[in-house]
Ligand binder design. Structure first.
Ligand code: F6R
Length: 359
């Protein structure tokens, strides 16, 4: 049951310190990443990795794809419904990774079957043991988030992003041409502190007040660059899904190429940053602010965006790779509290299903 919580969504948001500990448990050994059932060296013949996914899982896939690209491995990330029309060349040296919480999403199953037909090796990254994706793929890795009842994916996004981050380090260790990221040891150390950092976000968040202050806005914008771009897209998806308010996520630098026309004092701009490659986010946030938009800085304290922001959703100091996931927890809480104040049916938003088994 929901226990002390009003909704499953809030319970699942608060479960993240535990679900993330489960995701990480036993997978970092002496500074190396290990997955049960996947022998070291098992990716040594892989030259290209394709991530395929839908919705929130696609945003987690974007997160993982960027980390893999940083190691020099050729990487694509494709919306599963676009797979056939968008894929690059596929052969035996291609690893197609289906990222799917349920393991039953029709579009994702279709894409990974198509990749297999073209010769790719397939890997399912899923939450559900025995799901179709897990059974059909050559290999499966479980995100171990535990059951998620709320239609809006929350703890499973966090566990997917962490699992994919670990997977990228596993792949990079195997692929001969890949260069593991320089500060990998620090990155993995900080990952082990992620559950306690999430706990501290849950204990100190101002998301409830901020949701009240920004309620009745015309539209809600979420911007970020690099890793924060995927968090911006996820923040906007969650917000529209459960509040029924209009929300959009953008790569920060794209704001001036059109969306800026919509920016007024009625459109708060949630600006997500991690501490690397955020200069575009700062300059574009300031641009929106000069058109009257309130700027909410979502990220760690020590950053130039904090000085210009009108409001804050703060996260603890951590490695930049994990900061976006902490920012995402703040945005989950923002969406939750906004939806609650609007009296929406949070756990079962209209027109949506937990698992989308039709194309
Ligand atoms: C959003 C949400 C959906 C799913 C998408 C894919 O909160 O839950 O966007 O992420 O339908 O589902 P899975 O991960 O089961 O393939």
């Amino acid at each position: 049951g929901k226990g002390e919580y009003d909704h499953y969504m809030l319970k699942e948001i608060h479960n993240q310190p535990t679900s993330l500990s489960n995701t990480i448990e036993g997978r970092i050994e002496d500074g190396d990443v290990a997955f049960e059932d996947l022998a070291a060296g098992s990716f040594e013949d892989i030259e290209t990795v394709q991530f395929v996914a839908c919705g929130t899982s696609y945003h987690a896939a974007m997160y993982g794809a960027q980390l893999l690209r940083a190691t020099g491995v050729r990487t694509e990330v494709l919306r599963a419904s676009e797979y056939e029309s968008m894929t690059g060349p596929v052969d035996e040296a291609t690893l197609a990774v289906a990222v799917t919480q349920s393991g039953e999403t029709a579009d994702t199953l279709d894409a990974v079957r198509e990749a297999a037909d073209r010769g790719a090796r397939t890997l399912a990254v899923t939450n559900v043991v025995g799901s179709t994706a897990a059974r059909e793929a050559d290999d499966a890795i479980y995100i171990r988030a535990g059951p998620e009842v709320g239609v809006a994916a929350t703890k499973t996004f966090s566990s997917q992003a962490v699992t994919l981050a670990l997977l990228t380090q596993r792949i990079a260790a195997d692929v001969p041409s890949a260069t593991p990221v320089e500060d990998r040891a620090t990155m993995l150390e900080e990952l082990q502190r992620l559950p306690e950092h999430v706990e501290s976000v849950l204990e100190t968040t101002d998301a409830d007040d901020l949701a009240r202050e920004t309620l009745d806005s015309e539209s809600y914008f979420f911007i970020g660059n690099g890793l924060s771009h995927s968090v911006a897209l996820e923040g906007a998806l969650k917000f529209k899904e459960i509040t029924y308010e209009h929300a959009e996520g953008f790569a920060a630098g794209q704001l001036k190429h059109g969306p800026l026309a919509l920016v007024t004092d009625e459109t708060p701009v949630f600006s997500i940053y991690t501490g690397i490659g955020d200069e575009k986010t700062r300059t574009n946030a300031i641009e929106a602010q000069s058109r009257g938009a309130p700027i909410v800085a979502v990220g760690p304290d020590d950053h130039p965006l904090v000085e210009v922001a009108d409001a804050r959703l703060a996260v603890p100091d951590t490695h930049p790779v994990w900061a976006g996931l902490l920012a995402n927890v703040q945005l989950q809480l923002l969406s939750y509290h906004a939806a609650k104040q609007l009296d929406r049916p949070i756990d079962k938003p209209r027109n949506l299903a937990k698992s989308v088994t039709v194309e």
